[in-house]
Each structure stands twice: as C-alpha cells, then as structure tokens.
Write a protein that binds this ligand. Structure first.
Ligand code: NAG
Length: 489
C-alpha cells in the first residue's frame, strides 16, 4: 500500500481551497498563467512544476508524425488530491488540461493545440491493490504494462494487453489500446473494471463506484466504458482496476508461410471457427517479412506469413496445434517452424515486435507512420489485396503487419517527412484506406485512437447523430472544453 504522506487529503484540500479563494480576487485578464503557475507551485512544490523548454517540448509530442505543440507548463502531481487541486486551478483560470502518460501514443493525442497545462502522471506509479484470488489489481496512472507484469512475477498472474510500447496502463485505457494478445484476452475495453477519474472542475469520482470490482454488473450506465477510449477529452484517469489472468501452463509459438494473402486469412478464419482458443495470430505480408528477415538476420520465406501462439495445458496444446496444422496444410501453408522453449519463443516474437524498426530500416533516415483500420474478418483478404495494389500504384513503402484474428492490420508507412509530395501521397493513401475500411463496415482505428488526424473520419464512421450524442456528453462533463481540446471531436 502506498504511503501518501504529504498527500493526505486534508492538507491538500485545505491548500487548494486557500489558493482558489485568493485567486478569485485577481483579474483574469493579465498574468493569468503566471498566477496559475504560482498556485500550481503551492500545490505540487517547485519540483512538481516545470517551465523548462526541453521538458515542455518532450511533453507536447508522442511517437506520431504530428507536429509538436508544447504545453505552457508541465505539472507532476503525486496523488489524486493533487491532480484534483491542480485541475481546480486550471478550471478557475480556464486553462486547457492535457493528461500525459508515457508519450508513446501514435495519433498526436498529447499535443497542446491551444497551449495549457500538461499533467504528467509519471510520479503516480504504484501498484495499489492486488487481489490474487479475484484476478484483479488496482494501479496508479503511471504504472506501465511491463512494470505491472514484473510486479506480478511469482504470483502466477499476468496482464496480457500488449501494445508495442511499454505504455502506462491508464494511457492504454484512455486510448483503448490492444495488441497481439487481443484475439484471446480482449482489448482494454474488456479488461478495465473501474476507473478513478478527475473531471475538468477537479471533482473526483469512480466510474463503477468507489472500491467496486465485481466481474460483472448490470448496475446503471457503463461509465467505465465511456472513459475507455476518451483520449483525455472527458477527464484525467488517476486509477484503474484491471482484470488479470492466470499464466498458462505452457505456450508454443510457430511461424507458417502461405502462397497468398487469401490462404493466410482463410486459415485464420477457419482456426477461429473451429474454436481453437488461439492466443496470438499475426499476419505479415511479403514486404514485412522481408524487412524482418533483413533486420533480425532471419531467413523466413518471403511470402505472406502467420506468426501463431497457443496457450494452455500441454494436453490442450497438442490438440490446438494439430487442428491448426491440419487447417494451414489444407490452405497450402508450409511446414510450421516451431518455438517451444522460452528463448526460442522470445526470438520469434522479437522479430514481430521489431516490425516497426524493421520497416523503418527499409529507408534509413525516414519516419514511420502506422495506419490501423479494422474490418470484419471476412473482408480482410479483399482489403489487404486492394491496399497492396494501392501502395504499388502510388510508389509507397508500407509493409503490412496485422492482428488478423481481430481483422485489424497496420500499414507501416515509411516516408520522408521533408518531401511534401510524398507526405501528401501518404495522407491521401491513408484516407483512402480508412474509407475502404468504412465501406466494408469497419472502423478507421482499431487500436491507436482518433487523436488529431482522424476526426473527419470519425464523423464519417459514426454519422451525425452519434457525433451529436458524443458532443452532448462532452459538454455535460466538460462544459468549458478544457479537457484535451481539439482531439477526437
Ligand atoms: C463496462 O465497461 C468496461 C470497460 O470497457 C468493461 O470492462 C466492462 O465489462 C463493462 N461492464 C459491463 C457490465 O458491460
């Protein structure tokens, strides 16, 4: 349990109150920011408030190609009481609030479009409540997925959601992240039981009720789900209660090559149809596997490829594997390259996890941008084939890697950011790709979020009525539009 020490609710509430009643005496026209900063310091101390240019720059950007717009100031709260007190000050002075986890997002979600205050949550990084027998845990917002899993070492439990980066768990909740294990374990949507949220006016609430963590409920609206994927536009997530899973008794991984995209995807659909509880099933197109070969000195055949992983008891693994082998063989798949011991499996998955860097290495000095559409499974072969033709026609580099079990795939676009013509062509390509997915009843973003770049597409995806409902929810929870303005909506 965390010793909150100087963060005890009483002290802070008193501090924040004094601060706020003093401020209402000042004029808000001039020197607003200066006065707000003084108030921040009285809450978080000098070391908890940063105006340094490098710090601000670093907190205004993520890993996307979107341009950096630094916040005016970065605050580093240590507990929810501080977050609340700081938010109250922002509310008083009408300053935008931008929550920040690890800055590993891919859609420009942390850019301070209108300036304002970045709330870096990295100092709130404790695992608070582990209930082993109930398979749940509560974490502070700065705890990353890898940190949680090393904390869980020895308990026989793990948290399986694995986006590429070692992101913070609340950042993952905010963007509704997922990764290679989603086909078996779901995404953040399925795995958050409760959230503690600080709203724009500084009020604090728990989406499922304080301390609640039942595995199911039919009590009222699902507010937890409303905040999963809200990308910082509705509130600041200051705690998350998450589902955990037992570490499977055994795991085996395999790689299998196919004569065509269709054959690889048909195998995937058939494997899922037979009910094999496949843990991971990842597709790499010929360009991607070629890049991985070069980057990791491997020698897989340069054809459409599936990386697979099975979890279970050794008996159930045998069965899963034999059904899968039969299906891939019938679809013209090659022999499985197996990896059973941990080291071999790690080697194999490293190749998949390095896809981003392998793609970038295709054109040294260029930047990567990843698309992430998601379509119903049966549409996958068609959209992948059309997309590859589109890439070729437009002379673009975009190896494809996909979480095919979910119908979600990435074109890792490798582009020269200083070539405006290429940037434009990539932009047009990604819009065409998203519209192709929408035309097939899919979504413009399976796991990266809307952020800055996909707002028009979101409108097309949801339609005007659903957008208006979202806007009304936003206006209710954040009437001054202070929470991460300019994103999503
Ligand atoms: C509510 O939403 C959360 C987060 O998306 C999800 O994990 C949970 O299962 C949902 N609860 C119900 C009862 O649907």
């Amino acid at each position: 349990m965390k010793n909150i020490g100087s963060c005890s609710r009483k002290t802070l509430d008193r501090k924040a109150e004094t601060v706020i009643c003093c401020f209402s005496l000042f004029s808000l026209q001039s020197g607003t920011l200066e006065r707000a900063i003084a108030a921040f310091r009285s809450v978080s101390g000098d070391e908890g408030v940063s105006l340094g240019e490098a710090v601000r720059e670093q907190h205004g950007r993520d890993e996307s190609v979107h341009k950096c717009r630094p916040p005016d100031v970065v605050v580093f709260p240590r507990c929810v009481e501080e977050v609340s007190a700081l938010a109250k000050i922002c509310h008083q002075y009408q300053l935008p609030i931008i929550p920040f986890g690890t800055g590993t997002g891919l859609e420009g979600g942390v850019g301070a479009l209108k300036g304002g205050v970045c709330f870096s949550l990295r100092n709130m990084d404790e695992v608070l409540d582990l209930h082993q027998e109930d398979f749940d845990v509560t974490v502070e917002p700065g705890v990353t997925r890898k940190a949680l899993n090393s904390y869980l070492r020895g308990t026989g439990l793990w948290f399986p959601i694995d986006p590429g980066a070692d992101a913070s768990l609340c950042g993952m909740a905010a963007t509704s992240a997922s990764g290679t294990n989603a086909v078996r374990y779901g995404t953040m949507r399925e795995n958050v039981l409760n959230l503690e949220v600080v709203l724009a006016d500084g009020s604090v609430f728990h989406t499922a009720g304080r301390g609640r963590r039942p595995r199911k409920t039919s009590a009222g609206y699902n507010l937890t789900n409303l905040f999963v994927g809200s990308e910082g536009t509705l509130g600041i997530l200051t705690k998350a209660t998450l589902r955990l899973y037992g570490i499977p008794e055994s795991m085996v991984s395999a790689v299998c090559s196919f004569p065509s995209v269709q054959a690889a995807v048909d195998s995937t659909v058939q494997i899922l149809q037979t009910g094999v509880p496949i843990a991971r099933i990842e597709f790499l197109d010929d360009v991607m596997i070629g890049a991985c070969n070069r980057f990791n000195s491997l020698s897989y055949p340069v054809t459409p490829t599936l990386f697979l992983e099975f979890h279970g008891s050794s008996k159930s693994l045998e069965e899963q594997v034999s059904i899968t082998e039969e299906i891939t063989r019938e679809n013209g798949g090659g022999d499985f390259a197996w990896a059973e011991d941990e080291e071999m499996r790690a080697r194999l998955w490293k190749a998949r996890h390095d896809a981003w860097y392998a793609a970038q290495a295709l054109r040294p000095g260029c930047k990567a941008y990843s698309t992430d559409v998601c379509v119903p499974l049966s549409c996958l072969p068609q959209i992948i084939v059309e997309t590859k033709e589109d890439l070729m026609r437009n002379h673009l580099t975009g190896p494809i890697a996909g979480h095919v079990g979910d119908g979600n795939f990435h074109c890792i676009m490798v582009l020269d950011p200083d070539d405006p013509d290429e940037v434009q062509r990539v932009h047009e390509f990604t819009e065409r790709l998203a519209r192709r997915a929408l035309a097939m009843d899919g979504t413009c973003t399976g796991e990266h979020g809307v952020g800055l770049g996909k707002r028009t597409l979101l409108r097309e995806e949801l339609g005007p009525q659903a957008m208006e409902v979202m806007q009304r929810l936003k206006a209710t929870l954040d009437p001054k539009n202070l929470m991460n303005p300019g994103k999503v909506l």
